[in-house]
Design a protein around this ligand. Structure first.
Ligand SMILES: Nc1ncnc2c1ncn2[C@@H]1O[C@H](COP(=O)(O)OP(=O)(O)O)[C@@H](O)[C@H]1O
Ligand SMILES: Nc1ccn([C@H]2C[C@H](O)[C@@H](COP(=O)(O)OP(=O)(O)O)O2)c(=O)n1
Length: 255
């Protein structure tokens, strides 16, 4: 499933796409009637495990998966590559509106393209990580990306796990399941450090995790759960336990 520039058009489910698969197969893991709307919205700070846990939860639910942070990263990379001044809000908003962005919503295929160019790896580069808050704090760019994210959720037949910072509150406040995934600062720094293979200094990690969250939280609240949002603290859970805890919440709420 993809979305495209400006139009937010959604293609018909492709073979192998979870949205298509969901219509045919019943999941041995989920216990949910397929075809019924199941939007699982997950927010949380950097390093809490949103992306990795959400992707695995989506696989087990035979649902689609949307990494909204990847869309902010793609707009940031596009601005850098085309010489857009990231401090110029009007220009950043125009870049967000004009970008020909495709993002896979298959939990088994990580793929992001800009105008057909594969940027899946490039959007994870440190240069993008340290610049992305400029896009995330540009309200006009947010409005455009939120519009596309809603179209992607609808295009996946409303059977999707979507994660980011404002999914439970803004993008999909009517989601059947809404979770704030948290972890202690210490756990988040350790996880990000391990994920980056020990290549980063403590100061670099703090900049990428703590300082970026501080900037991002000036425009969106992902530190406290909104009414009706379940808080799940993963500090003392390993990856598998966190996936199981999310699936428990889904079963309890959506069954
Ligand atoms: N509960 C957990 N326990 C230990 N490591 C975890 C846990 N959840 C996620 N991780 C690992 O921590 C790292 C950061 O997770 P990630 O999903 O990228 O976080 P986020 O999307 O919230 O920034 C990844 O390497 C991931 O495998
Ligand atoms: N729904 C979202 C998703 C991400 N963002 C912002 C927050 C981050 O600075 C960037 C990148 O998000 P991403 O989820 O990739 O961040 P991590 O590196 O996993 O912590 O986008 C946002 O403002 N709203």
């Amino acid at each position: 499933m993809t979305t495209s520039a400006g139009s937010a058009a959604s293609a018909a489910p492709a073979a192998g796409d979870p949205a298509a698969t969901a219509e045919r197969a019943s999941s041995p893991h989920s216990g949910f009637r397929l075809g019924k709307s199941l939007v699982v919205a997950i927010d949380g700070p950097s390093g809490s495990g949103k992306s990795s846990v959400s992707r695995e939860v989506a696989r087990r639910l035979r649902a689609a998966y949307l990494d909204t942070g990847a869309m902010y990263r793609a707009v940031t990379l596009h601005c850098i590559a085309t010489g857009v001044d990231l401090q110029d809000g009007v220009a950043v908003e125009a870049a967000a509106r004009g970008i020909e962005l495709f993002i896979s919503t298959s939990p088994d295929r990580e793929s992001v393209t800009i105008a057909g160019d594969d940027v899946t790896a490039a959007i994870r580069e440190p240069e993008v990580s340290s610049a992305v808050s400029a896009v995330a704090t540009t309200m006009g760019a947010r409005a455009e990306l939120i519009r596309r994210q809603r179209a992607l959720i609808a295009g996946a037949g409303h059977r999707i796990v979507a994660e980011g910072r404002d999914i439970t509150t803004v993008v999909a406040p009517d989601a059947e399941v809404r979770i704030l995934l948290t972890a202690s600062e210490e756990a988040r720094l350790r996880r990000r450090g391990d994920q980056l293979g020990g290549t980063q200094t403590d100061a670099q990690l703090k900049q990428q995790v703590i300082d970026r969250d501080a900037r991002d939280s000036t425009v969106v609240n992902f530190r406290q759960a909104a009414d009706g949002v379940v808080t799940l603290d993963s500090s003392d859970l390993d990856f598998e336990q966190t996936v199981a805890a999310v699936l428990d919440v889904v079963r309890t709420i959506a069954h």
